[in-house]
Design a binder for this molecule. Structure first.
Ligand SMILES: O=C(O)CCC(=O)C(=O)O
Ligand SMILES: [Fe+2]
Length: 346
């Protein structure tokens, strides 16, 4: 049964009580130690469970380390990706294949993306299609807007308010590029992608002012434009891993504002601004829960093209039953095949 998460204001006290319990038990004062554990779980019920949420694990480690406790704001990845990926930014500027706009094919760039996927479960590649392609893609987004319809709710009725359509015209070159980078990563040292066998057709989504997509995972499998992200909202927020059994609604709640369009949150890792020609790769299961923060800029349209790459696992149930989700599988190698209503996991 769902229980509201412990408010951030009680967490530190609760974890301190838990640590006191551990110290007392280690010293042989078991009865006092157990009393302290009970005090801890009466403050934060999550501490009674076998699997702690990310905020509790992190706070426990932090308090033991003696470092000062302060909740960091998620890293804001605005127009400039240098702070996140200094090496990738340098490679993009220096790569001799820049003229072909496929600078990310270089082995060093692929290795840097693979390292980020391994360490953080996400990577951001700016300048992925090239500036003129980005302008054409924006035009294709607007043209496809005629075919949009409200996205199916894949989890809760109030989960999302964007509009979507499947396999719109004008994105073939882009999906050929994403196939290429996934193939390169699969062949590189990127264990998370080693088993990828195919992908779905691209889904275009549009978020207008006020639209959002709450925190979610897309697979419950067990184990360069001018956008002021602080004022305009609409960032893709990526969280740290959650445990396989956790209901996403049990995860961390809001803490405090960090700029109008963002809020501090214990396990948020990064807020990625929706700038043109940006590819965001992430592992869309429990390793990287994510959310589209509400769009605050009036009269704007945030377009995103989403492609799910999959391994050969069974189809996630919520997709198989969703009315609007086209799960047709496109193999990554070989001829395209039509398997309406079926995908192979992710
Ligand atoms: O638009 C985005 O940045 C991500 C949207 C998303 O998470 C989804 O459609 O499942
Ligand atoms: Fe998603």
């Amino acid at each position: 049964m769902w229980r509201p998460p412990t408010p951030p204001s009680l967490r530190e006290q609760a974890v301190r009580a838990y640590i006191t319990g551990e110290v007392l038990c280690d010293a042989g004062k078991v009865a006092q130690g157990i009393a302290s554990f009970k005090a801890a779980s009466s403050l934060a019920w999550e501490l009674d469970g076998e699997v702690w949420p990310a905020w509790a694990r992190e706070l426990h480690a932090l308090l033991l380390s003696g470092d000062p406790v302060e909740t960091a704001a998620p890293m804001l990845v605005g127009d400039d990706v240098r702070a996140l990926h200094p090496q990738l930014a340098a490679l993009r500027g220096a790569c001799p294949t820049l003229a072909t706009r496929e600078w990310w094919r270089s082995p060093d760039a692929v290795a840097a993306v693979a390292t980020s996927l391994r360490r953080r479960h996400f990577a951001v590649v700016d300048g992925f299609a090239g500036a003129s392609a980005a302008v054409r893609l924006r035009g294709a987004c607007k043209a496809a807007s005629l075919h949009l319809r409200p996205a199916a709710d894949r989890s809760r009725t109030d989960a999302r308010s964007d509009q979507v359509c499947w396999d719109p015209d004008g994105f073939g070159e882009l999906s050929a590029r994403t196939d290429a980078i996934v193939r390169l990563l699969r062949a590189a040292d990127c264990p998370a992608l080693a088993a990828v066998v195919g992908r779905q057709k691209p889904m275009l989504s549009r978020y207008a002012a006020g639209d959002f997509f709450r925190r979610h995972v897309d697979n419950d499998c067990a184990p360069a434009g001018a956008w002021d992200a602080s004022a305009d909202g609409g960032c893709l927020r990526l969280y740290g891993p959650q445990c396989a059994t956790a209901d996403s609604s049990e995860e961390d709640e809001e803490e405090e504002a960090v700029g109008v369009g963002r809020r501090r949150c214990a396990d948020a890792q990064a807020d990625i601004a929706p700038v043109a020609d940006r590819l965001v790769l992430f592992l869309a299961d429990q390793r990287c829960p994510h959310e589209v923060l509400p769009i605050l800029r009036p009269a704007t349209q945030r377009f995103a093209l989403t492609i799910w790459y999959t391994d050969a696992s069974p189809v996630p149930e919520f997709w198989a039953t969703s009315g609007t989700h086209d799960g047709t599988l496109v193999p990554l190698d070989g001829e395209a095949c039509d398997m309406p209503g079926s995908i192979s996991g992710m």
